[in-house]
Design a protein around this ligand. Structure first.
Ligand SMILES: Cc1cc2nc3c(=O)[nH]c(=O)nc-3n(C[C@H](O)[C@H](O)[C@H](O)COP(=O)(O)O)c2cc1C
Length: 332
C-alpha cells in the first residue's frame, strides 16, 4: 500500500483500530473484519522474535480475510531487528507498519522498548529511519504525550519522527507514568495536530461515536482510534463510522451480542485449542455484556468456567427484560 493511499483513506474514514495485546489476536480480527473497518492492526509483535521466527509471535501475524488494510505493530529497541522484522511482515502481505512507542508494561519498557523510546529520541528516530528504509509500506508510530508529566515531549519528538519518515502518528493522550488512570489531555493533541504536517490519530477514552466526534473536534486530529472501547464491542466500528458520516447506527440486540460472542469462542477454540480459549473467554465474555445487571455474578461465574461447554450455558442466563439485560445466575 502506498503512503498516499493510506493517508487518503485515513482522512476519509477517520478511523483506525487499536493494537490491544491479548485481545486483537487473529480470532478477534476475524470478528472485526466482518464489521468492515478501513484498517485492522495486530497486537504488538516483538521484532526480535519475528526475526527468530518464534512460533507464538508468528501466530500473531496471521492476516484476517477481509476488505480492510492490515497493519502490524512492531515493538523493539534495536534498529536492525526492527528493520528486518519490518521486511518480513511486509513480505507476509501487511499493508502498513506501526512502531510501538507508548507501551508502559515493565517487561517492555525495561528493555528500552515502547515508552522508553520517547525518552531516547535519537534511538526512536534511528528505528523509524531504518524501518522506512527497509520497506515500501507506510510506517506510523504510536506514542503517548511523553514518558511522564514532567516530560511531555510528544510534539518535539513527533517532528523528528516525521523527518525520519513516519507518515502518520497516533497519540494516546496520556503520559506514561500511569497506564490508563490519567485523564486524557486534549490540549497537547491539538497542538500536535496543528504543528505537524502529517495526520494525527487521537486516542484515549473513546467509547462511543459521539466520543469520537468530540475528539476530532477538540483536537483537530485527522482520525481517531478507540482503545478499550473495542473490547467486547466491535459495534463501535459502525457506530464511529456512521457518526462521522452522519448516517444512522442501530445498536446490537442481546441476541446479536450472544451470537458474536459465541462466534468469538468458536474462533478462539479453532485457533488456540479449548483450554486457552476458555481462559481467554474469562476476560472477554464479560466485556460483551458490560452494561448488564448482575455483571459481578457473570464475572464470577465465567471465572469458574473450565470447559468450552460452560460458556454457552452462561450466555443462556442472559435475558432481556423491559429493555435491560439481566444475568440470572440461578437460571439452569
Ligand atoms: C489490554 C490492553 C492491551 C494493549 N495493548 C497495546 C499494544 O499492543 N500496543 C499499543 O500500542 N497499545 C496497546 N494498548 C493501548 C491501547 O491501544 C490504547 O492506546 C489505550 O488503551 C488508550 O485508549 P483507551 O483510553 O480508549 O483505552 C493496550 C491497552 C490495553 C487496555
Amino acid at each position: 500500500m502506498k503512503s498516499s493511499l493510506f493517508i487518503k483513506i485515513l482522512r476519509e474514514k477517520k478511523l483506525l483500530l487499536p493494537p490491544l495485546s491479548g485481545y486483537t489476536d487473529y480470532p478477534f480480527r476475524v470478528i472485526l473484519a466482518d464489521f468492515k473497518p478501513p484498517f485492522i492492526i495486530t497486537e504488538m509483535a516483538n521484532a526480535r522474535a519475528i526475526v527468530q521466527r518464534n512460533r507464538r509471535t508468528m501466530q500473531i501475524l496471521k492476516i484476517a480475510e477481509g476488505k480492510q488494510y492490515n497493519g502490524v505493530q512492531l515493538v523493539g529497541s534495536i534498529p536492525e531487528y526492527m528493520s528486518r522484522a519490518a521486511k518480513i511482515v511486509e513480505d507476509l502481505g501487511f499493508d502498513y507498519i506501526d512502531i510501538n512507542m507508548g507501551c508502559t508494561a515493565r517487561k517492555v519498557a525495561c528493555r528500552g522498548e515502547g515508552i522508553s523510546l520517547m525518552k531516547h529520541e535519537v534511538r526512536a528516530c534511528e528505528i523509524v529511519a531504518a524501518v522506512t528504509d527497509a520497506v515500501d509500506v507506510p510506517v506510523t508510530c504510536k506514542l503517548r504525550l511523553g514518558p511522564s508529566k514532567q516530560s511531555m515531549n510528544v510534539v518535539a519528538l513527533s517532528e523528528k519522527l516525521v523527518d525520519s519518515g513516519a507518515v502518520a502518528l497516533t497519540i494516546h493522550g496520556r503520559s506514561g507514568e500511569k497506564k490508563f488512570g490519567l485523564p486524557v489531555d486534549l490540549r497537547i493533541m491539538h497542538e500536535a495536530a496543528t504543528v505537524l504536517t502529517i495526520p494525527i490519530i487521537a486516542n484515549g477514552g473513546i467509547y462511543t461515536g459521539s466520543d469520537a466526534q468530540q475528539m476530532i473536534q477538540a483536537t483537530g486530529a485527522a482520525a481517531v482510534m478507540p482503545g478499550r472501547g473495542l473490547i467486547g464491542n466491535p459495534w463501535i466500528i459502525p457506530e464511529i463510522l456512521s457518526t462521522i458520516s452522519k448516517t444512522s447506527f442501530t445498536p446490537p440486540t442481546l441476541q446479536k451480542k450472544k451470537e458474536i460472542c459465541r462466534k468469538h469462542l468458536d474462533l478462539l477454540v479453532d485457533f488456540y485449542g479449548e483450554r486457552k480459549a476458555v481462559l481467554k473467554m474469562r476476560s472477554i465474555l464479560p466485556q460483551y455484556f458490560s452494561s448488564c445487571f448482575f455483571l459481578k455474578d457473570l464475572k464470577l461465574d465465567v471465572q469458574q468456567a473450565s470447559n468450552v461447554s460452560d460458556i454457552p450455558m452462561l450466555l443462556e442466563r442472559l435475558d432481556d427484560t423491559k429493555g435491560y439485560t439481566i444475568y440470572d445466575k440461578n437460571k439452569k
